[in-house]
Design a binder for this molecule. Structure first.
Ligand SMILES: Nc1nc2c(c(=O)[nH]1)N[C@H]1C(S)=C(S)[C@@H](COP(=O)(O)O)O[C@H]1N2
Ligand SMILES: [Mo]
Length: 200
């Protein structure tokens, strides 16, 4: 199946960010994560999608890679001030998964749960934009373990704490619930173009 390409709206560096290279800022460990890197086996990996939906799903790795593949080139901005420009992500459009699970009228927000215990949430409307991916490749290679293997979210216009790595569960909700960093003082709206870093 041919890959569809969606170019993210790249408008240069947002306010307060400097450009870096992923590997340079990694150093020996990984300063962007809250715990250690989880080990995930593709043979037993399951992605659950449920909550306020007509058609809850439990997807295996084989199910996921059969979905239409989309490429999205976007810039990646951590709230601590570094950005990685021109990341070429490939994976499944979040919108594609949402269409499969059929959110009920009441579904307005979505919570992501990850294998390291991390959580983050976004509105269903923000997730339905055409540059939001459930990504499994970066720059032509399968995601490395430290970058979210096997499946991570990529939300280009939000600070990177919204781009959950190692996703295991996606819950559609009628009411907003805050994620890990959003409960600890970071902005829930997290708009990189508005320098919207901290909860008000
Ligand atoms: N599961 C999980 N996802 C996460 C995090 C985390 O600690 N756990 N950290 C976030 C933060 S703060 C950043 S900057 C990015 C780091 O992504 P990268 O490894 O691609 O640079 O992942 C985000 N997603
Ligand atoms: Mo971050």
């Amino acid at each position: 199946m041919p890959t569809k390409t969606r170019k993210s709206n790249r408008k240069g560096l947002p306010p307060g960010q400097v450009s870096t290279h992923r590997l340079l800022r990694w150093g020996k460990d990984h300063p962007a994560i809250t715990s250690s890197i989880p080990k995930i086996d593709l043979k037993t990996y399951v992605l659950e999608a449920d909550g306020e939906v007509e058609n809850p799903l439990r997807l295996s790795w084989v199910d996921i890679i059969k979905f239409p593949k989309t490429e999205s080139v976007s810039d990646f901005h951590c709230v601590e001030g570094w950005s990685v420009l021109g990341c070429r992500w490939e994976g499944v459009l979040f919108k594609h998964l949402a269409d499969l699970v059929k959110p009920k009228e009441t579904a307005k927000f979505v919570m992501f749960e990850c294998a390291d215990g991390y959580t983050t949430s976004l509105s269903l409307e923000e997730l339905s934009r055409e540059n939001v991916l459930l990504a499994y490749e970066l720059n032509g290679k399968q995601l490395e373990e430290g970058l979210g293997f096997p499946l991570r979210l990529v939300v280009p216009d939000k600070y990177a704490y919204k781009s959950a790595m190692w996703i295991t569960k996606i819950t559609f909700m009628s009411k907003k619930e805050l994620g890990y960093w959003e409960k600890r003082g970071y902005s829930d709206t997290a708009d990189v173009w508005k320098n919207d870093r901290f909860a008000k």
